[in-house]
Design a protein around this ligand. Structure first.
Ligand code: SAM
Length: 172
C-alpha cells in the first residue's frame, strides 16, 4: 500500500517488481494520472481515491508493507497520529512501514520558503502545507503509534529540499 501515491510512480515501480499494489491519494486528479500512468506502463495497480487518515474502505490487517509516499510531511498536527494509526491498522502483525519524510531543516533555495519556526510548518496563504519536524520528534510519533523502529537514516536531500529521514518500522 502506498499512502499518498500521487501520479503513481512508486506504486508502478513495485507492481513492475511483482508486488500486488494498492495506491491511495486524496486528489482525484492524482488518481486519474496514476491510472493513466499504470496503463502506459502496462501494469495492474489498484488505485483508489481516499483519505489516508481514515481508509474506511480498507479492512484491518490487509497489507504486508505500507509506504509513505512522502505524504506524512503533508499531514499537520494531530492528524499525524491518525496517519500512523491508520498505517498500523491496515498492516498485518509484523508488517513493515517505510517512511520518507522531510525533517530538521529546509534549504532556503526550495519553494517552501514561508517556514514558521514556531510550528515547524511551511505556510502558504495562511495554511500549513508541510511539517518539517525534528527527526527525534518524528521517531517518537512513530513509536507512540506502536511501531518498532528497525532502522532510521538520513538521506541526501531530494530535489534539494532539505533534511530527509527514512524510517523502517515494524507493526508490533
Ligand atoms: C509529495 S506528494 C508525493 C506523491 C508520490 N508519492 C511521489 O512520491 O511522487 C504527496 C501526496 O500525498 C497526497 N495526500 C496528502 N494528504 C493526503 C490524505 N489525507 N490522504 C491521501 N493522500 C493525501 C497528496 O495529494 C500528494 O499526491
Amino acid at each position: 500500500m502506498e499512502l499518498g501515491c500521487g501520479a503513481g510512480n512508486i506504486s508502478i515501480y513495485f507492481a513492475q517488481a511483482g508486488y500486488d499494489v494498492t495506491g491511495v491519494d486524496i486528489a482525484p486528479t492524482a488518481i486519474n494520472w496514476a491510472i493513466q500512468n499504470a496503463a502506459k506502463a502496462n501494469v495492474n495497480v489498484n488505485f483508489i481515491q481516499g483519505d489516508v487518515l481514515k481508509l474506511t474502505e480498507i479492512p484491518d490487517a490487509s497489507f504486508d508493507l505500507a509506504l509513505d509516499g512522502r505524504c506524512l510531511h503533508c499531514i499537520i498536527g494531530s492528524d499525524r497520529l491518525l496517519f500512523l494509526q491508520t498505517a498500523h491498522r491496515i498492516l498485518r502483525p509484523g508488517g513493515i512501514l517505510i517512511i520518507n519524510t522531510m525533517c530538521n531543516y529546509i534549504l532556503t533555495t526550495t519553494k517552501f520558503h514561508n517556514f514558521d519556526p514556531q510550528t515547524r510548518c511551511t505556510i502558504y496563504n495562511g495554511i500549513a502545507t508541510r511539517y518539517i519536524g525534528y527527526s527525534n520528534d518524528i521517531l517518537q510519533e512513530i513509536i507512540e503509534a506502536k511501531f518498532l523502529v528497525l532502522n532510521a537514516e538520513f538521506l541526501s536531500p531530494r530535489h534539494d529540499e532539505g533534511g530527509e529521514l527514512q524510517v523502517i518500522a515494524e507493526k508490533r
